[in-house]
Design a protein around this ligand. Structure first.
Ligand code: GLU
Length: 610
């Protein structure tokens, strides 16, 4: 959440920072700003709105300097206005700070500073932090010490970068709860909230850990804890390519990512299937195989789309591995005093690996002695580093705020984990081989869905002005209904609800009339007939059915106004196919309504605040 970038080196940094902000804009986009030290003075430009608005200002009033910081905001404290935009300065305009996260005790600190005569211009918690550091600087007369002492007072989370006009050849960065990575170039360093802002300059990076601070100059940097204990960091290599950050000919990142799914599903499985043995080999979980086999219970904890993936995982694991599974919202789990034991396995799922609630849930699970495992996309992310063991889904950079390919990657991974655990327990080699064959076919089958999107485009055009949508599914496809509804809400701003199809009659049925589009996921599986009865109930009340059904299902045309087909697969794997038409439907409806698909209002990628 929110993009942070800082530069110290020999080049004029303003264009470089602004370009990095464009890459980071998916993380937050309600306002943006830059601060640069120019002739030993701080020059700040900031503006509510998109990075493009900032670019226009910076182009007409260029600022030149070789040390600077930039920020794209996702407001938590104070409306998205010019004044609340980052960077924030202290009263004397000596410091400029950018901040990702929340200073939870900002009011206490603010009142104290007000008593000391400080006045504030913004409503943000972040300005309080820079004013605190400035006040401490008056006492200790040292930039680094003032920052360290200031951060020691902060309750909450931060990723910060800060510069000081009195010590113009330094840039300081620190993190607690929000990610920060340092890119190492030649005579230059770039700090950023994610590697996408760095990759066009260098592949050598160092990840800061919670409670660490980095002091950068043009010739090098030191790292220590905020308690002044030096730490040695390892230099790592960024593994993804710059092309992943481009749209590659598609009008939006989201559409590109939807179309990447045949590849990303394949990448999630690559080298992990053992066809002869009818199982999966997951190197990342090798060390904990026995604990997985013996687990008395598996708990999944996640947020948003990842939570929906976890629900599918529950159905998979209970069916095939006969292990009790619970799925929890990470935000609830972390404060609920969950009952856990050493025989429990807790899986956390997160695309970014930085989701604040999920990270906290992982820490709580580990604190209580459970085994904490991760299913993560972003390599080297906080969750990936803090889990006892885990697997990457290898979906590549996901830039569209509404997750698509990461979801099908997570589902694929959950199928592999299910297969691996089930085969260690009760599943026969023949049954295992059947699942492996099903998995191997998925890339081709998903490609088939994506080869003809015109049908979905037409349906989208017809329903783009609907005010509500209902999504229904059962069994493995109940979470798909939830996910389809979430996608539509996120990017088209149409109110949508997902329900287990049979649950509809206990309430939502009251909403059904001739204006209510009802999307029903009804593939050929064990529960199809039951879903058909639920569809009859909708039809009887005039509801308009859009069905996602299996190729060759002729009967569905009798009831549905529109049918989108998916190829046949084994029931456990249907969600990986059935969600793709729902991605497309949400996408084309949002485009038809003129919405900003990649950067929907109020949302941001990688939710690093709780
Ligand atoms: N809490 C800060 C604000 O509202 C930072 C938000 C962010 O992470 O963008 O300005």
């Amino acid at each position: 959440m929110c993009g942070i970038v800082g530069y110290i080196g020999t080049k004029n940094c303003t264009p470089l920072i602004v370009n990095a902000l464009k890459r980071l804009e998916y993380r937050g986009y309600d306002s943006a700003g830059v601060a640069v030290i120019s002739h030993n003075q701080l020059q700040v430009q900031k503006k509510a709105g998109k990075v493009a608005e900032l670019v226009a200002i910076v182009d007409s009033h260029p600022i030149v300097g070789t040390v600077g910081i930039g920020h794209t905001r996702w407001a938590t404290h104070g409306a998205p206005t010019d004044i609340n935009a980052h960077p924030h300065m202290d009263q004397q305009r000596r410091f400029a700070l950018i901040h990702n996260g929340i200073v939870e005790n900002y009011m206490t600190i603010k009142h104290r500073l007000e008593r000391e005569g400080r006045t504030f211009t913004s409503q943000t918690d972040s300005e309080v932090l820079v004013q605190l550091i400035s006040l401490l600087y008056d006492k200790v007369h040292d930039f680094e010490t003032a920052v360290r002492l200031g951060l020691k007072e902060v309750e909450g989370a931060y990723g910060i970068a800060i510069i000081c006009a009195d010590e113009p050849d330094k840039l300081i960065a620190a993190r607690k709860g929000s990610p920060l990575v340092i890119g190492i170039g030649e005579d230059e360093f770039i700090v950023a909230s994610d590697a996408s802002a760095i990759v066009s300059h260098t592949r050598q990076v160092v990840y800061l850990e919670d409670g660490e601070i980095a002091v950068l100059t043009r010739t090098g940097f030191t790292t220590k804890t905020i308690d002044d204990v030096p730490v040695t960091k390892e230099v790592e290599e960024i593994t993804f390519d710059i092309e992943q950050l481009e749209k590659g000919g598609f009008p939006h990142f989201m559409l590109k990512e939807i179309h990447q799914q045949p590849e990303t599903i394949r990448d999630a499985m690559r080298g992990r299937l053992l066809p002869a043995e009818g199982t999966a080999r997951l190197g990342g979980l090798d060390s904990v195989k026995d604990r997985l086999r013996q687990a008395k219970r598996i708990v999944f904890t996640a947020c948003g789309t990842s939570w929906h993936a976890a629900l599918v995982g529950e159905y998979m694991l209970e069916h095939y591995a006969h292990v009790p599974v619970e799925v929890e919202y990470a935000s609830e789990f972390r404060y609920r005093n969950p009952v856990l034991s050493e025989e429990d396995v807790v899986f956390v799922l997160s695309q970014s690996g930085e989701t604040a609630d999920t990270l906290a849930a992982l820490r709580e699970a580990k604190r209580q002695g459970a085994l904490g495992l991760g299913i993560v996309n972003v390599v080297g992310s906080s969750i990936a580093r803090e889990t006892d063991a885990g697997v990457y889904i290898h979906a590549g950079a996901e830039i569209g705020v509404a997750s698509t390919k990461a979801f099908t990657g997570q589902l694929t991974m959950l199928a592999l984990i299910t297969l691996m655990i089930a085969r260690m327990k009760n599943l026969s080699v023949i049954e295992g081989q059947r699942i492996v064959e099903g998995l191997q076919l998925l890339p081709e089958l998903s490609k088939r869905i994506l080869s003809n999107t015109q049908n979905v485009e037409k349906i989208a055009e017809q329903f783009k002005d609907a005010r509500n949508f209902l999504y229904l599914g059962r069994g493995y496809n109940f979470p798909v209904a939830l996910e389809g509804a979430l996608k539509l809400k996120e990017i088209s701003y149409i109110h949508a609800e997902g329900y287990p199809a049979a649950e509809m009659k206990h309430g939502p049925i009251a909403l059904i009339d001739e204006n209510m589009p009802v999307v029903v996921v009804v593939p050929q599986d064990d529960i199809r007939e039951k879903v058909m009865s639920n569809i009859e109930e909708v039809r009887a009340r005039g509801g308009r059915i859009i069905a996602v059904a299996t190729e060759g299902d002729t009967d569905i045309h009798r009831l549905a106004e529109h049918v989108i087909t998916i190829p046949q697969t084994i029931p456990m794997l249907t969600p990986i196919l059935s969600v793709i038409p729902l991605h497309l439907l949400a996408y084309y409806i949002a485009v038809a309504r003129g919405c900003n698909v990649d950067q929907p209002r109020n949302l941001a990628k990688s939710v690093t605040v709780e």
